[in-house]
Write a protein that binds this ligand. Sequence first.
Ligand SMILES: Cc1ncc(C[n+]2csc(CCOP(=O)(O)OP(=O)(O)O)c2C)c(N)n1
Ligand SMILES: [Mg+2]
Length: 270
Amino acid sequence: MNSIAEKFIRKETLPFIFCPGCGHGIVVNSFIRAIDELGVQKNEMACVGGIGCSSWAPVYLDFDCLHCLHGRAIPHAEGLKAVNPDKQIVVFSGDGDCLGIGGNHLIHAAKRNIDLTVLMMSNYIYGMTGGQKAPTTPYQATTKTSPLGNEEHPFDVQSVVVGSGATFYARCCATHPIQMKEAIKAGLRHKGFSFIEILSPCPTTAGRNIFNFKSPQETMDWYRSQVYLLGKDAKPDPAETRIPLGILHVDESRDELTDVQRQKKEAAQK
Ligand SMILES: Cc1ncc(C[n+]2csc(CCOP(=O)(O)OP(=O)(O)O)c2C)c(N)n1
Ligand SMILES: [Mg+2]
């Protein structure tokens, strides 16, 4: 085990439940490198997960951890932040957990601009439960619950989150772990609701149901062909058909919820 993993991974929880070739383990790797570079101390952060393969991520991290109900990671995290406003609270969630059952909590947390960092791992599917259609499943994709092809178009996640009021949005992919680490660092530094959408290949349920890929390597190669890196401050090229990766939205102008609450409380006590 390398020295960063020694510092931040709970050895007694290993091995990961993630399948070979799953992007979720790469997210944990980028995350621990990000917090190591930021010098985060163990008493300064708490991690929250809902239910799903992706929501297991905080269980492996040596921080205070809340592993709660499916779709309820964000409201639990909001509660933690409300009573510990000086703590950094990080949510690890899946596309089903965050945008499906938890969708209403997501849009309201974004609207409140509460200081959370949400890492949403999007694998286009409900991975843990065997491959049902998710809010991110591509149009016409076959899954266990759309055997004739998905009749719905997926959410445009950036529009949902930014339109709801999130003040930081970045898109990353497991194929680019160093850029992911940098986006996580920026999201953690940002004061307000930070949302990081991470394209995370699922060779098992998405690989077999949606893509018919034969191996994790084939899945990873396909993802690499679908994305491109945006340079710093560059805007996505409208003529580009691939998916841009980078920090796509930052708004420093809006107040953060727990700051405003603290100011109001102090004013009321005068
Ligand atoms: C209230 C409730 N409804 C449904 C489930 C079943 N369930 C567990 S995980 C999951 C989907 C997880 O998908 P996602 O959040 O995308 O995570 P992934 O496994 O793909 O990483 C579902 C539907 C549950 N545990 N609780
Ligand atoms: Mg999923």
